[in-house]
Design a protein around this ligand. Structure first.
Ligand code: DQA
Length: 146
């Protein structure tokens, strides 16, 4: 089984971006931990980051041909992008929405997610561990339904 992790805008800055909100772990470090967990769970993983909405849509469309599901931190696009939601629904693969911070405890504009209502699950507020929890949950779900 192959899965994809998608990081949206500004997540390449992790480690130095607002460390009081997002912590000090870098995207590479999270990626390393995700690959280790994937090995433990017996799944293959591909990881992508883009600052561009259209590129994320293309990634979803292309990756959907080879993956069983997605772990998605869409960054700010979570709160704005109908197109991203439509792409994820359109490819018909389950996905888990993850965020490093607990977005529901932050500014009002971060409290609406266009993705959450169509996600299989949502993980908020555990820093880099949110991705790992999301991956575990997605793999369990996929094994249960395959
Ligand atoms: C974030 C939360 C978003 O509101 C923000 O725009 C981000 C990071 C998180 O992981 O906590 O870029 O997705």
């Amino acid at each position: 089984m192959r899965l994809a992790v998608l990081h949206g805008p500004n997540l390449r800055l992790l480690g130095r971006r607002e460390p009081e909100v997002y912590g000090t772990e870098t995207l590479d470090s999270i990626g390393g931990r995700l690959h280790e967990l994937a090995k433990e769970l017996g799944v293959e993983l591909e990881i992508h980051q883009s600052n561009h909405e259209g590129e994320l849509l293309d990634l979803i469309e292309n990756a959907a041909e080879r993956v069983a599901g997605f772990v998605v931190n869409a960054g700010a696009l979570t709160h704005t992008s109908v197109a991203l939601r439509d792409a994820l629904v359109g490819v018909g693969k389950p996905f888990v929405e993850v965020h490093l911070s607990n977005t529901t405890a932050r500014e009002a504009f971060r409290q609406r997610s266009y993705l959450a209502p169509v996600a299989h699950g949502v993980v908020l507020g555990f820093g880099g561990d949110s991705y790992l929890l999301g991956l575990r949950g997605l793999v369990t779900h996929l094994y249960q339904t395959s």
